[in-house]
Structure formats: structure tokens, C-alpha cells
Design a protein around this ligand. Structure first.
Ligand SMILES: [Fe+2]
Length: 443
């Protein structure tokens, strides 16, 4: 049967009391505090509760991890049986088609399906979340903001889950350079739920983008009880805290956080190592990685080449392979990733990024700079956030420094993103260049 939820979205259920569990599952997914599927099990009685199945699938595919996408694929195939399809509403059909397109890497097609749903149901928070996650993973930064602003006008502050929408909006505004608006939207979300992790995370980005590294760390410390144990975003939020420490050259605290929090995973075998890889690489660029156990991190990426699905994850696997001199693994992954994961449109950008990292690991710094400098203006195509992608700009700057090309290093420091604000880290780079200029030696 189809029951409309309190936001006017048709939900296909097998009994009316499932609406409450749907709401709790949505809160789990949006708040990232617990597994949304913990509120249901697909018993024969619930087999046709498509609303719960859809939440489960969106949650799985949003991870962009191959194993999770395969699980979602199995579920979709199960429900493609004729009698299950007969139960589906038009929204269910579009959502299932969108999920299937996503699994098959037809991302534009998935986006079209989700957008069609939102035209009829702009308060469909599940589809909003799916669209947002797809846009985020694809690096469709502008679209991310447009989608949220289109649907927001239909929402009322009193609507259930409105706060989560503001949390998502705050991140979209931040990624589009609207920092004060981001802060305002995040504050509104936090006034509804102080543990809204998406809003907390946006505020971390806000402090990073506005160069308030001390203030950001202080804000995080003052509000630590609200985020330190969040199940699915905890590691990434700790990574933001470590970034503030990096910009202040506080390697003692950074290393402590890396070991005690960023390496404290929910599942030792789980794919929760992206932030660790990114932090390790940044520290390695500064030659301050002596206290980091690279081999331990490599263990988590050992089998990754078999599970490659998404370029942004591949890039982080490569950082670990290059950091640990696993050249064969790196070359295998590059070949597989370019053939399998890259759309034709983005292939040039991704290939150039792979080459830049490879040249850097081989000590060919001039070539590394050239390859990476080429992609910086269009690096959103790699996916992830601006702050995450800054690792490639930092690598380009370090490549220029090591190549002894002072003017190129200076150019990126003065015109890029990483060092648009003053910080001890920026001063470290500027002094390094100046000192070597005075000595008249190649850096
Ligand atoms: Fe982030």
C-alpha cells in the first residue's frame, strides 16, 4: 500500500506502522549516527516495503565502495522480479532506475531520474540526499547548491528533518565559496539538533576556508561531545581537526590524533582509510612522517586494486602506494582505474593527476609540477571537497620547491587555494623558498 509521509512523499509500505521506522532510518542516514537498516530486516512480511529497501540501497551506494554497490545491485536485482515491480509507484520506479544507473556508473542518467522525482516531490529527503551525495562524489559543485536551493523553497521550518536539509545546504554553500551563508545555515541546523554532523562538518570547512585555524580547532574542542563519537563521520571530522593542527605546524597533536582517532576504525577491515592516506601524504610532503606507521596503513589498501570503483578513492590508494614505494600496485591501479572508472569527459584530468603523483614519487619534480598544475583549475572533476583536493595543490607546490623553481612555487602559494590565508605552515613554505633563494641554490 502507498501511504504519504508527513512531507507529502508516497511511501510503499506493507503496514502503516512502518512510517515510524522509515523516519528513524532516515534520521540514522542523515545524522550518520547509526546504520539506517538497523530499524528493519527484510522478512517476508516486509519484502514489499519498498520504502525501507530504497533507504538501504541509497545508503549503500552513497559510500562509493564497490562491495557496498554490489550489495545494492543484488537487492535491486531481487526486486526486479515481476510481482515486486507491480507494487511500485512511479516514484519507486524512478528511484530504482536511478539507483541502478548509479551502480552502472551512468551518473548523469541517475541524476536525471532523481531530479525528475524532486520535481514532483521536493520534500523527498531520501532523494535529496541521494542527489546531493551523487553531486558531491562527481564534483558537481555548482549543481550541489542549485539542487538544494530549488527544493528548499518548498520546505517549512516546522517540517520534520528540515534541520538536516539546512546542514546539507550549509556544506553546498561552503563549497561554492559562500562562507558566511554556510555558517548561518549550519547554525540554524545546529539550533535544531546540536549533533547534526553535516552542519558540524560544514563549520569545520568554514573555519578552514576562512583561514581561522586556531578558531576552528577551538570551536571543535568546545563542541567535542557533539561529534567525537559520531559513527560514520567521526574519522573525517577528526581529520579536519588534524588539518587545523597541520596549518599551525603542531605535529605532536596531529600525530596523536592520527593514531588515537583517525586510525580508530569502526571495522578494522572497513574502508575508512581515505582521510588517513590524505593526512599521511601531507605530512610526508613536509618530511614529518617519522612517527607514522605507513605499513599499517598499506595493509588496509593491500587488496584495494581488486575493489576499485571510484577515482577519488583510487587517488587516495595511490598516495599510500607511492608513500610506501609499492610501484607495481600503483601502476596496476592506475591502469585499471583509467580503463574502468573514468568517464571519457574526465579522463584527461584524472590521467594527468595520476601522472603527477607518479612523477613526484619518482623524483621527477618538474614533470610532477607540470602535470598537477594542469589539473588544479578543474580538479573538482576528481570528486570530494575543495579541502580534500588541496592535497594535489600542496603536492604541486612541493614539487616546484623540490625542482628549484621558485617562481612557480611562489605563484601557487600566492594564487592558489592552500595558502590563501596566513598560517605557520604558509610561513614555513615562504621561508623555505626565501632561504634557498638567498643561498642561490636549487631547492
Ligand atoms: Fe570535509
Amino acid at each position: 500500500m502507498i501511504v504519504y509521509d508527513n512531507r507529502g512523499v508516497p511511501q510503499t509500505l506493507t503496514s502503516g506502522n512502518q512510517l515510524e521506522r522509515i523516519e528513524k532510518s532516515l534520521v540514522g542516514m542523515l545524522g550518520m549516527e547509526y546504520d539506517p537498516s538497523s530499524f528493519f530486516s527484510r522478512t517476508s512480511e516486509e519484502f514489499y516495503c519498498l520504502a525501507l529497501v530504497e533507504i538501504e540501497c541509497i545508503n549503500l551506494i552513497s559510500s562509493m565502495e564497490r562491495n557496498q554497490l554490489l550489495k545494492a545491485n543484488d537487492i535491486i536485482n531481487l526486486y526486479k522480479t515481476k510481482d515486486a515491480i507491480q507494487q511500485m509507484s512511479d516514484r519507486d520506479l524512478l528511484l530504482f532506475e536511478g539507483i541502478e544507473s548509479w551502480i552502472n556508473r551512468k551518473y548523469e542518467e541517475a541524476h536525471d531520474k532523481f531530479s525528475e522525482i524532486l520535481l514532483s516531490y521536493p520534500k523527498d529527503i531520501l532523494t535529496i540526499f541521494a542527489t546531493h551525495m551523487l553531486e558531491f562524489h562527481m564534483g558537481w559543485t555548482r549543481q550541489m547548491k542549485d539542487t538544494i536551493s530549488k527544493v528548499l523553497s518548498y520546505w517549512d521550518k516546522k517540517d520534520n528533518l528540515y534541520g538536516y536539509l539546512k546542514g546539507i545546504e550549509s556544506f553546498c554553500l561552503e563549497e561554492n565559496g559562500m562562507y558566511e551563508e554556510c555558517f548561518g545555515a549550519a547554525q540554524e541546523a545546529l539550533s535544531i539538533n546540536k549533533k547534526d554532523i553535516y552542519a558540524i562538518h560544514s563549520i569545520c570547512h568554514y573555519f578552514y576556508e576562512t583561514g581561522q585555524y586556531n578558531e576552528g580547532a577551538k570551536w571543535m574542542e568546545d563542541n567535542i561531545e557533539d561529534w567525537k563519537d559520531n559513527k560514520y563521520m567521526r574519522i573525517h571530522v577528526w581529520w579536519h581537526y588534524a588539518l587545523f593542527k597541520l596549518y599551525n605546524l603542531d605535529f605532536g597533536k596531529l600525530t596523536e590524533v592520527y593514531k588515537s582517532e583517525i586510525r580508530r576504525k569502526n571495522d578494522p577491515l572497513g574502508m575508512e582509510d581515505l582521510d588517513a592516506a590524505s593526512l599521511l601524504w601531507r605530512v610526508k610532503l613536509l618530511d614529518r612522517d617519522q612517527d607514522f606507521d605507513e605499513k599499517e596503513l598499506l595493509e588496509n589498501w593491500e587488496q584495494y586494486t581488486e575493489n576499485t570503483f571510484y577515482c577519488f578513492n583510487d587517488l587516495h590508494a595511490l598516495l599510500v602506494y607511492f608513500a610506501t614505494k609499492e610501484e607495481e600496485k600503483a601502476n596496476n591501479l592506475i591502469e585499471k582505474s583509467i580503463n574502468q572508472n573514468c568517464s571519457k569527459y574526465y579522463r584527461g584530468i584524472i590521467t594527468s593527476t595520476f601522472e603527477g603523483l607518479k612523477f613526484f614519487s619518482e623524483g621527477k619534480y618538474k614533470e610532477a609540477y607540470t602535470a598537477l598544475e594542469n589539473i588544479l583549475k578543474s580538479s573538482s572533476a576528481l570528486g570530494g571537497s575543495n579541502a580534500q583536493r588541496d592535497v594535489f595543490e600542496m603536492t604541486a607546490i612541493e614539487a616546484a620547491v623540490r625542482a628549484g623553481d621558485v617562481s612557480k612555487a611562489n605563484y601557487l602559494i600566492n594564487n592558489g587555494r592552500c595558502f590563501k590565508h596566513d598560517s605557520p605552515l604558509k610561513r614555513h613554505y615562504v621561508n623555505k623558498i626565501l632561504n634557498n633563494e638567498k643561498k642561490g641554490v636549487s631547492i
